[in-house]
Design a protein around this ligand. Sequence first.
Ligand code: HPA
Length: 261
Amino acid sequence: MSVRIAIIGGTGVYDPAILEDVREERLSTPFGSARVKIGTYKGKAVAFMARHGEDHSVPPHLVNYRANIWGLRLLGVKSILATAAVGSLNVQMKPRQFVFVDQFLDFTKSRPQTFVEKGVVHLDMTDPYCPELRRVLASAAEELGLEHHTRGTYVCTEGPRFETPAEIRMFRHLGGDLVGMTSVPEVVLAREAGICYATVAMVTNYAAGIAQGRLSHQEVVDVMAENAANLRRLLMRAVEMLDVERTCLCHATPLDPSAVP
Ligand code: HPA
């Protein structure tokens, strides 16, 4: 059975507990290797990848995003649902709420953002997150009665440190709603690979200077754990509702195979 759907689990999401008949594979790519678990849910083959490793040993700036996305492309994946713990800069977006982000602001500094190593590709980024996947997620959240926002701007920082309050004030002035450390380049590479991609952002805290007191990774992990069951219900309902037929433009610019190593 071909694998058309993948879930990339971020902080707090390490285990595809809902999948049946799980097998593990190591995918070799020109960019390094990636580990994936493949199982089935309601008759659909689903791949699961833990972005930071199952023991959360890989920090956001060292994730091999290219190997992960290329590996999913090799499997034949057409849709990726990625989870992300985020801080909120927008008081309307509260801890434990889900946000199906529609835009990003990129403040990363050291990460390869393209597969292309020969020639130049300037990809359209008008709708970086697949509008169809976002619609499916919104319908699933609506149906399950989960509090959510159907759009939001994700500010991606380099990390691994949290931000200063001055940075958060700047991001807010620029139109950011949420802050996290992983959506870029994952979303960009998925588009290059022609894979529909959506982020299920879960607000775990208010960002630095908005939150009362200091931030800690433990707080982020604890809030993710509290809401893990809701996140799992949301993902599985979305997987169930996903259709392979698409009218979106995520596949519109196929990669020239000769441009990739
Ligand atoms: N900043 C950056 N990344 C995050 C945060 C934050 O406040 N919360 C969860 N991931």
